[in-house]
Ligand binder design. Structure first.
Ligand SMILES: [Mg+2]
Length: 331
């Protein structure tokens, strides 16, 4: 049996079984980040995220600074999904020795700028030589004890809500693959969300501090797949109502140009780095009014029911089969 036969998530389950018990590890493998209790009023949040050239990014599609920014944003987004504020960012980069120094500088500048943009800083890391560019980001964060947002705890009767709008990164990748780099010159909003995503750190902190929601995940694998992660950890079923899903500006027009469906990008594309929440419907209006949330918007996209898994319904409440269920590294 090979990794591709079991897939990423079954492999992670196997790793989780190797992980020992330690009372300081409040939450280990299985959420957006680990939570450690080192004493004191705050929990330490730790996450890592690796990206490989050719697999997760292409240097002919984005500027090196944008590649660095995106890579750092993925890990910062995981900290946001815990309701935490980032404390420091570390990066290990593997780069070909043949690279111009200016290109390497730009890539690292993108990483550092992404950290600065959410109030933290590049505090260390490691450098190795490699045949293809590799970026591994680690972010440490802090969240006041009891305020942490996790994937478990969603209960039947709650609604699912998402910040911002979805689909732009998947749309950008589809257009780049179909038409090349010129494809996005007429879709600057789509390109912007792809090249310089904004991890929802301020919104995540505000949501956590408000106590209006306790369940969150960041959308990295795709809305439906990430809703499934909440469902699995919470022991419930996630129902996504497709017509309610906010599609990012410019995606519908771009999809029309290449004969694609922007709603599919929004449902299963991934790397949106928005937050998906499960919360009581009565709390939605107050949550949407929190300043950092109001800035980016909050939309109810579905509900939590008894059962398991995640389903998508169309306007007639019929179940939709998606072409792709979400990101799996080994699929
Ligand atoms: Mg995540």
């Amino acid at each position: 049996m090979r990794l591709r036969d079991i897939g990423e998530f079954a492999f992670i389950d196997r790793i989780a079984r190797m992980s020992g018990e330690d009372p300081r590890v409040v939450l280990g493998i299985g959420d957006d980040a680990a939570l450690l209790d080192l004493g004191g009023p705050e929990l330490l949040v730790v996450t890592t995220d690796a990206m490989l050239e050719g697999r997760h990014f292409r240097l002919d599609w984005l500027e090196p600074a944008e590649v660095g920014w995106r890579a750092a944003s993925g890990a910062l987004s995981d900290v946001a999904a815990m309701g935490a504020a980032p404390t420091a960012l570390f990066c290990t980069v593997g780069l070909p020795a043949s690279w111009p120094v200016a290109r390497a500088d730009a890539l690292l500048r993108g990483i550092a700028d992404s950290a600065e943009a959410v109030g933290t800083t590049l505090a260390g890391g490691d450098v190795i030589a490699s045949e293809r560019a590799l970026i591994d980001i680690m972010v440490l964060g802090q969240v006041p004890r009891g305020q942490q947002l996790t994937r478990d705890g969603a209960v039947a009767g709650q609604v699912l809500a998402v910040t911002g709008a979805l689909g732009a990164p998947a749309g950008a990748v589809a257009a780049l693959a179909e038409l090349g780099t010129e494809a996005l010159s007429e879709a600057p909003e789509v390109r912007g969300r792809f090249a310089r995503p904004a991890p929802r750190v301020r919104a995540g902190r505000a949501i956590a501090a408000s106590g209006l929601a306790c369940v969150a995940i960041d959308i990295s694998d795709g809305l439906v797949q990430d809703a499934r992660h909440i469902a699995e950890r919470s022991g419930v079923r996630a129902v996504i109502e497709a017509p309610r899903v906010p599609v990012a500006p410019g995606c519908v027009e771009l999809a029309a140009r290449i004969g694609a469906d922007a709603l599919v990008w929004a449902l299963s594309g991934g790397e949106d780095f928005e937050l998906l929440l499960a919360l009581d419907e009565a709390n939605v209006a107050a949550l949407a009014d929190l300043e950092p949330v109001a800035e980016i918007g909050l939309r109810v996209v579905g509900r939590i029911e008894d059962g398991e898994g995640a389903v998508v319904l169309d306007a007639q409440a019929r179940e939709i089969d998606l072409p792709r269920g979400g990101w799996d590294h080994f699929a």
